[in-house]
Every structure is written in structure tokens, then in C-alpha cells.
Design a protein around this ligand. Structure first.
Ligand code: NDP
Ligand SMILES: N[C@@H](CC=O)C(=O)O
Length: 407
């Protein structure tokens, strides 16, 4: 006998790049598992940088799985969402209207049942809903890599939506934005922003909730830089391994976000703010592995990959060899303490916890009163589209109790 559906989670996904597409594939492939658990994820909308594709009837069915599969294939091939026109039942809105339609959906679906909201929705989407439908809320999932989603997310919070973030940027801009986004902590999940699928945020949150003050977090929090450093030890060229890291889905869309330390600094900022520090990016000391002349203001991502990276090969080779001659290795380390936060390259013994790391693995040590002499250590794959999307999906499923059907 099939398990009755207890929770339906309507989802609008912002971003269908490497992580977003993997998330959609996971959602589709996990249908039988979730059905057994009485949970159903209803993807009602998917947005990229220019458009929003939204289900015709967001209350009853969402976008069907065949369409989501086509969508993933089309985006992977570089086609716009509009290339899907004629392949299913949906509406397509281009920017700037697309953005306002996400807000319409967020503001309307985010609330619990209110007949005025239903009328607004019918007007906005030119549809007519049977009056027996009840509105169950909405999860806005941010798998983009932009600051542009922050106002949308804040609006969603205002309207009682849940939010799930893989994108670190909304949490690492103005402190007021962070405060707003975490203001209803039960409705927010952002596990994948630090350590991809690793339970770093959950662990820190649990320790804090138990009244155990976290004094220090130290770790290697970049899958890209972990991979690059361990490959360099094997004698490979910096420029080649960075490109491989990109092809494996470890890097940010512009790998300079990783190489310049900003991606790790964002993770440090999220953790520090979680610990209650009211700090901003300017308070974090960040070491960059490329000079300012090769920065995004001067060189395009394409040119950086094609001709900028090789200019760094010799310096990186020399640094790795010098460390090795002393029996050490280089690791990009993140340190968060009450006295300050810093991220940068460190020379460490080969047989230390960080020195032993290989590939894209992250390791995080959390020190608190209970974990003073023996820290809580979390280690494992810390980057990659698959792992990250799995972390986002687990966050979504974790919200199921907020979407329990009452009737
Ligand atoms: N890969 C990893 O290991 C991890 C990644 N993350 C985070 O996941 C996020 C996604 O990464 P990834 O998939 O590699 O990035 P991609 O660049 O592959 O994809 C980004 C997607 O966001 C879309 N987008 C851009 N602007 C907007 C907007 N304003 N509204 C809606 N969508 C928008 C892009 O649209 P278009 O297709 O039109 O360009 C694209 O589809 C990043 O924030 C990253 O930091 C977090 C942890 C680990
Ligand atoms: N680019 C990041 C991806 C995860 O946040 C990394 O390399 O760790």
C-alpha cells in the first residue's frame, strides 16, 4: 500500500547551472525514496539569469519530471530556457518581468491560505484556481552564484517563505541582509554554503544551541584549493590542475573566487556570523594566490584561464618545492577566533590533519568548552556539483515538517 503524502514542498529554483541541474536530477531520481517517506517536492519554477519558467498550475502539479529532464539537458548544452517552449505546460517570463513573477509566486505561495492571495495569484499568472486548493508555502532555493538574488530572498522571508541556499553571497554581503535572512532561522537552510554536503553548519548550530561556546574553528574549506595543492605535490602544473578542478565542478564560475581566497573568506564570514560576530568581509584577512593585474577588473575569466593562469605556474611550483624541502606541504587554511578571522596559504607538516588531506576533501575542527582538547572534526568531500546538490536536497527534506498537510 503506497505511503500517503504528508508533506508537499513547492520549490522555485534560482540557478540551473552545475549545482542547480544536479539538484533537479536528484529530485527526479529520488521520487520513489521520498514517496516512501510521504514527501513530495513540487518544482513550480526554475530561473536562470534571464528567465523564469513557471508551472501553469503551481498548486496541483508543478513542472513535470520529463520537462525538468529536458530543461537540464538544454541548459547543459548552453541553450536558454526559451528553447523549451512547446515542450510542456508552463509559462515563460523574461527579465525584468521574470524577477517580479518570482516575487509574485514567493509572496503569494509563501503565505498560508488567504483567499485574497489566491486572487492576486490568479491575476498575476492569468489562471483560475479551483477554490478547494489550499496554499502550503514555498521554498526559494538559491543555486545561483550572484548577489542579485538577495532582495528576492529578503522579500521571500518577509512573506513567510522558506529559503535554502547553496549561494554564499546573500549571507556575506551587508550585515543587515544576513540578519534579515537568518531572522526566521527555522525556515532557512544553508548547509551547502560551507563544506558542500558536509554537516558543518548543522554541527556548529547544535553546539551553539546547547550553550557550549565555540571558541575556534580551523580548517581547510576549499575543495578547489585542497585539490590544487595536493595535485601540485604530485608535480603537476598549477594552470593544468586549476582547469581540471573547474572541469570537475569544484571551482566557482570564475575560479579566481577560489584562487583569490574570497570563496573561503565567505565561508569564514558565514561561520563567524553564525557564532555571533557582527563582522563584514573587510574584517577578514585574505591571501590571494594571483596578483591584482590578473584580477576580474582587468582580465576576463576566459583570458585568465587561457593565458593568465600559466603566469602563476613557476611561483606556485617554487612555493610547493620550498615547503617540500622542509618536509611540509601547503594548505589554504581558514581560522576563525573571537580575536579575528584569516584565510591564507600555510606551510604544514605532511602528517598533520590538514597536511594529510587529498583531493577536494575539506576538514573542519570545531573547538568549544566540550570540544576543547579534542575538537569535533568533520572531514570529507567538500566540493562538486553532485555532493553540493545532495546537501541542498537534504536541506529541502529537512524542511518537510513545515509543509505538513493538515486536512
Ligand atoms: N560546485 C560546488 O562544489 C559548490 C558550489 N556552491 C555554490 O553553488 C552555487 C552554484 O554554483 P554553480 O552551479 O557551479 O554555478 P553556475 O555558474 O554553474 O550556475 C549559476 C546559475 O545561476 C544562474 N543565475 C545567475 N544570475 C541569476 C539570477 N539573478 N537569478 C537566477 N539565476 C541566476 C545562472 O544563469 P545562466 O544559466 O543564465 O548563466 C546559472 O544557471 C554557487 O553560489 C556556488 O558557490 C556551494 C558549495 C559547493
Ligand atoms: N568553489 C568551492 C565550492 C564549494 O563551496 C570550493 O572549491 O570549495
Amino acid at each position: 500500500m503506497p505511503t500517503p503524502v504528508k508533506s508537499v514542498l513547492p520549490v522555485v529554483l534560482l540557478g540551473c547551472g552545475g549545482v542547480g541541474r544536479h539538484l533537479l536530477r536528484h529530485i527526479v531520481s529520488c521520487r520513489p525514496l521520498h514517496a516512501d517517506q510521504g514527501v513530495s517536492i513540487r518544482v513550480v519554477g526554475v530561473a536562470d539569469s534571464s528567465s523564469l519558467l513557471v508551472a501553469e498550475d503551481v498548486y496541483s502539479s508543478g513542472l513535470d519530471d520529463a520537462l525538468l529532464t529536458h530543461l537540464c539537458a538544454a541548459k547543459a548544452a548552453g541553450s536558454p530556457l526559451s528553447s523549451l517552449l512547446g515542450q510542456g505546460h508552463f509559462q515563460l517570463f523574461q527579465n525584468p518581468e521574470a524577477r517580479s513573477k518570482v516575487i509574485d509566486a514567493a509572496t503569494t505561495l509563501g503565505r498560508t491560505t488567504d483567499l485574497n492571495d489566491i486572487s492576486d495569484f490568479e491575476l498575476n499568472f492569468h489562471i483560475s484556481l479551483p477554490h478547494t486548493y489550499s496554499i502550503s508555502g514555498l521554498v526559494l532555493v538559491d543555486c545561483s552564484a550572484t548577489y542579485d538574488t538577495v532582495s528576492l530572498l529578503k522579500d521571500a522571508v518577509d512573506h513567510g517563505c522558506c529559503t535554502v541556499l547553496a549561494n554564499k553571497k546573500p549571507l556575506t554581503g551587508a550585515y543587515e541582509d544576513f540578519q534579515k535572512l537568518v531572522s526566521n532561522f527555522r525556515r532557512l537552510r544553508f548547509e551547502s554554503t560551507v563544506g558542500a554536503g558536509l554537516p558543518v553548519i548543522a554541527s556548529v548550530t547544535r553546539i551553539i544551541a546547547s550553550g557550549d561556546p565555540v571558541s575556534r574553528i580551523v580548517g581547510s574549506l576549499s575543495g578547489t584549493l585542497g585539490y590544487v595543492m595536493s595535485e601540485l605535490e604530485d608535480g603537476k602544473r598549477f594552470s593544468e590542475v586549476v582547469k581540471t578542478a573547474k572541469s570537475l565542478g569544484y571551482t566557482e564560475p570564475d575560479p579566481r573566487d577560489d584562487l583569490g581566497g574570497m570563496d573561503v573568506a565567505r565561508k569564514a564570514l558565514i561561520l563567524a556570523r553564525l557564532l555571533g560576530q557582527q563582522i563584514s568581509m573587510e574584517n577578514i584577512s585574505v591571501e590571494s594566490l594571483y596578483p591584482i593585474e590578473l584580477g576580474p577588473d582587468t582580465v576576463s575569466t576566459k583570458d585568465f584561464l587561457e593565458s593568465g593562469l600559466v603566469q602563476l605556474d613557476k611561483t606556485m611550483e617554487d612555493r610547493v618545492k620550498a615547503a617540500s624541502s622542509r618536509g611540509n606541504v601547503l594548505r589554504y587554511v581558514c581560522e576563525i577566533e573571537s580575536t579575528g578571522c584569516q584565510v591564507g596559504l600555510k606551510e604544514l607538516p605532511k602528517d598533520s590533519a590538514l597536511g594529510r588531506l587529498r583531493g577536494s576533501d575539506n576538514v573542519v575542527e570545531i573547538y568549544s568548552r566540550c570540544y576543547e582538547s579534542s575538537p569535533l572534526v568533520i572531514q570529507g568531500a567538500g566540493a562538486g556539483n553532485d555532493t553540493t546538490a545532495a546537501g541542498v536536497l537534504a536541506d529541502l527534506i529537512d524542511l518537510q515538517d513545515l509543509f505538513q498537510k493538515t486536512a
